[in-house]
Design a protein around this ligand. Sequence first.
Ligand code: T46
Length: 143
Amino acid sequence: MNKKIKVQNSGIVKLKFVDDFPDGALVIGQARESVPFDIRRIYYITNLSNPRAVRGKHAHKKLEQYIFSLSGSFRLHLDDGRNKQNLTIDSPYYGIRLGPKLWHTMTKFSRDCVILVLADDYYDENDYIRDYDKFLEYVRNEG
Ligand code: T46
């Protein structure tokens, strides 16, 4: 991942990687270290065989998350209300921060794509902003 993140409330983490070739590779993330919060929830997204699949299309008010591609690749579209950036996520060693007030959309999943997300809080639908105009209004009002 040699891209610089240009949008607000995002960033990149690189996980520790132990190359046990020819017996595989071990990738390690620890709460409050590489992942800078206590992890309260994990979820993963699989069965992404539909080439037209679109996920995300929302922002969070408070939630902190890191998103990884454990296998395969996808396109991550980030929008902080002022700046937009598209990233190809294709390495299991790098995670992208999905901080608050960051509109994010995922597309162009490879058939073998498996996405892992680490979150700092439990699921709460009230933390989602799923309407783009309301997101822009929220960003303007909350600074
Ligand atoms: C995010 C991106 C990266 C739950 O009941 N519990 C959960 O922990 C999650 C994540 C989802 N759900 C329910 C809510 C919806 O009825 O599962 C359904 C699908 O969720 P959603 O449409 O939000 O899925 P994505 O892939 O668009 O978004 C997910 C996360 O929800 C979201 O927080 O940032 O991945």
